[in-house]
Ligand binder design. Sequence first.
Ligand code: ATP
Length: 269
Amino acid sequence: MADYDWSQRNILDLAGMGKEIALHTEDLHVYYAQNESIKGVDMAFEKNKITALIGPSGSGKSTYLRSLNRMNDTIQIANVTGKIMYKDVDVNSDQADVYEMRKYIGMVFQRPNPFSKSIYDNIAFAVNRHGKKTKAEMDEIVETSLRQASLWEQVKDELNKSALALSGGQAQRLCIARALAMKPDILLLDEPASALDPISTSTVEETLLNLKDQYTFIIVTHNMQQAARISDYTAFFYSGDLIEYDETKKIFTRPKLQATEDYISGHFG
Ligand SMILES: Nc1ncnc2c1ncn2[C@@H]1O[C@H](COP(=O)(O)OP(=O)(O)OP(=O)(O)O)[C@@H](O)[C@H]1O
């Protein structure tokens, strides 16, 4: 690896550009016991855009993403400091209602994790936990969310079938449908297509592109082509720091920093 000056930064000031911000972090640090895995990240996400987080393995992308809806709470040795601002509420404060917040900031994981229930109940179960619906209301929610996730046509005649019988790509789209059924503002996706075949991957990508006018997506990906294809903004992480953050077309054509250019062209990481 070349000898980079890691103190250099190029970070887009979206708020300063007058963009509508869905979420932002201020001086966010994440520690696992004594190890500082995120080292004070200030970053804003534009509403109704797709932002890709890229960087070598271990650079902290997943740690940062998971902190945005307090998923790191489940890790005993994890400690998150700093602010995560969503609609004037600091998601990271002790007063934040984590259960309520996750309705608005949802998450889709790398491995599809459908519940051992029917396709219909995978969605209904999640929705019902946040308030009972009539059968007609629930039918509508199930259909709409499956349509949004581009799965309705394939499963509409077998909604009572076990979700565990779906293919990997279908199961991941069910997980996206389940997350969308909660009507979140923001969806965090941690390498959602890395366990999928190329056709399922492109269906998931199309799904995100079709929905981006209605949702803010933040996606961790190792796939540079995927980041270039679907995201509006790209953030390059290295060793727990946000190094470069810019419009995707700039990052992939003329990034300001050599380290970013070398990373996206496969010279290291
Ligand atoms: N549960 C955990 N306990 C302790 N350390 C952790 C834990 N999760 C992540 N880390 C450490 O935090 C650092 C960042 O890891 P993280 O998984 O966030 O990176 P990443 O960029 O998402 O990597 P990858 O692309 O391989 O998923 C690494 O040093 C990792 O070992």
